[in-house]
Design a protein around this ligand. Sequence first.
Ligand code: NAD
Length: 260
Amino acid sequence: MFLKGKTAIVTGSTSGIGLAYAKALAAEGAQVMINGFGDAADIEKERAGLEATSGKALYDAADMTKPDEIAAMVQRCHDELGGPDIVIANAGIQHVAKIEDFPPEKFEAIIKINMASAWYLYRAAVPFMKAAKWGRVISTASAHSLVASPNKTAYVMAKHGIAGLTKTLALEVATDGITVNCISPGYVWTPLVEKQIPDTMASRGLTREQVVNDVLLDAQPTKEFVTVEQVASLAVYLCRDEAKSITGANLSMDGGWTAA
Ligand code: NAD
């Protein structure tokens, strides 16, 4: 329980990787503020589960396309839980289409949710971390922060932006006891991946099996999906004192994808 006394905000934590981060941090004693969309009863069940694990847990419905709601979420965490000591920008959406067919509103949403929201989250949280002389800033980037795939212009742009934000902010806060890193998973089996299968089938004219085996797992030499628990355990490690010299890093967890 090395995170007892610390608080964490995880955006997009009502499902998938974000929920796994929240559970893993709570298992180490952190008090967690979760965020994201979904069924109210399901969210309350997850919040209550976190509270049972590590004490008071909160849900905040801030929309990651709205900078004022992001700032208010950070302030609410400070007022009601303390900190925040750990912030994880994880919320994300995907849309798969050729650039000429890509709806501008989807492009704007991906840039806001997957990239700009992290900047607003960190802008609001860093002053509290500087005051505490301790902080952990973690983003879920992607293998797509390092390499590209066709028909994902907005997503690849946004994730490369996260990699740049990570490096720059790490330098700015290097002497403040704050580390800034991003984790770059390959394909992790979550609703985000499941939902893009029909679009990839349509845009590439493939069957479901072909998308899973020839598009998704084709990129991953291990031929296995990464699990949400594996990603979350790396985030927990980054919160340890032993990890204090890891900063500005883009940490791949992609079954060898970006080694190829
Ligand atoms: P997911 O769909 O399971 O979870 C996405 C979360 O973001 C949900 O909680 C959702 O409610 C939330 N969200 C969406 N729009 C939001 C908004 N406007 N405001 C607040 N929250 C919002 O997906 P996931 O696979 O767990 O993805 C989490 C992160 O991991 C994303 O940034 C994604 O790009 C990244 N990632 C995923 C994979 C993968 O293969 N699943 C691989 C690499 C990176």
